[in-house]
Design a protein around this ligand. Sequence first.
Ligand SMILES: *Cc1c(COP(=O)(O)O)cnc(C)c1O
Length: 407
Amino acid sequence: MGSRETQNAMTRTRPLPIYMDCAATTPVDPRVVAAMLPWLRDQFGNPASSTHPWGWEARKAVDTARRQVAALVGADAQEIVWTSGVTESDNLALKGAAQFHRNRGRHVITVATEHKAVLDTLHALEQESFQVTYLGVGSDGLLNLDEFQAALRSDTVLASVMLVNNEVGVIQDVAAIGALCRERGVIFHVDAAQATGKMPIDVHALPVDLMSLASHKTYGPKGIGALYVCRRPRVRLQAQMHGGGHEGGLRSGTLPTHQIVGMGEAFRIAKEELDQDDTRARALHRRFLDGLRDVPGFHLNGDAIRRVPQNLNIRFDGVSGEALMLALQDVVSVSSGSACTSANPEPSHVLRALGLTDEQAGASLRMTFGRFTTEAEIDTVVRALRENVERLRRLPAGDSERTHPGC
Ligand SMILES: *Cc1c(COP(=O)(O)O)cnc(C)c1O
């Protein structure tokens, strides 16, 4: 009795399914884990302790990580503010900029396909007498620049447009949008949670004032993130977390050295292996599509070209995404494209914004792969999809497995 039973209960008899939900979170790169451990186990000093070597060593490690995170996006180290993740970065950027500049104007522009971390933060600002314009997108998921320009008003203070969409993977033209903002003196925020490590980013070549950066979507640990805050021109923010005055007063709280070191190492690897990761991802993307192209009624949601290759948001006409996901659950872990989870029973606001019907949104699956996905895994998933799409289509109409309405 005892330890052996406990261990058996904790050990799955079957292997875990193939992981294809990297847009939800990526695996932590083993090199990141190795870099973090000493700072969790041995070097526990507080980076703000200035009176002894425990603190000095931790401070040095934080400085190195700050340079590594800055380097991936072309920023200076002093422009990086540590946060607990992108939800907090988005909150600090949007509330911080809007509140600091509230006397300049109360109008904000964003896009209907943004992450809830942006949309819900802007809803909160609406309660503080800000007005928010939510722009639509085309069926390709992309924002129309003329519509953006037409939405700018004399009292617009802030705009927020994500770089890579977390559901459909499309890439917005933040260079062009940012240029329109700069012309008008509008502060421009970009949520880049899904972009780092998947495409080159250079904030000093981009007219971007604020950029949210994620660790756990880029093979780093959860619970740490960053906000890029442009220094030239200097962007002023109102702090949202008050306390010891850490991070230049913008975000108080003791810095989690091991998390920060992990994000730094993850971003160092992302920069070093960007081309290699991209080449592999493109090949896997092609392999996946080639394996399904001839299946009748197969669609890729979102623009086919202006997207990151790691995202495969797909649907098969007449096949419920929920039923397909259930049929595949022992083979591969994916996300329902309709975001039809217990937390949110509504069809995805993103797929709806692309003009998909409830039924099409309900048919959609989001498969997102990453650095550690293999060709063999892609082939296994393609085979399982082909078999199950065919099987589900053969089921008599009205079978409950097939006709989940909407989601
Ligand atoms: C994951 C994600 C977030 C939230 O990030 P957390 O670090 O989990 O708080 C925000 N925006 C986008 C686009 C995301 O993909």
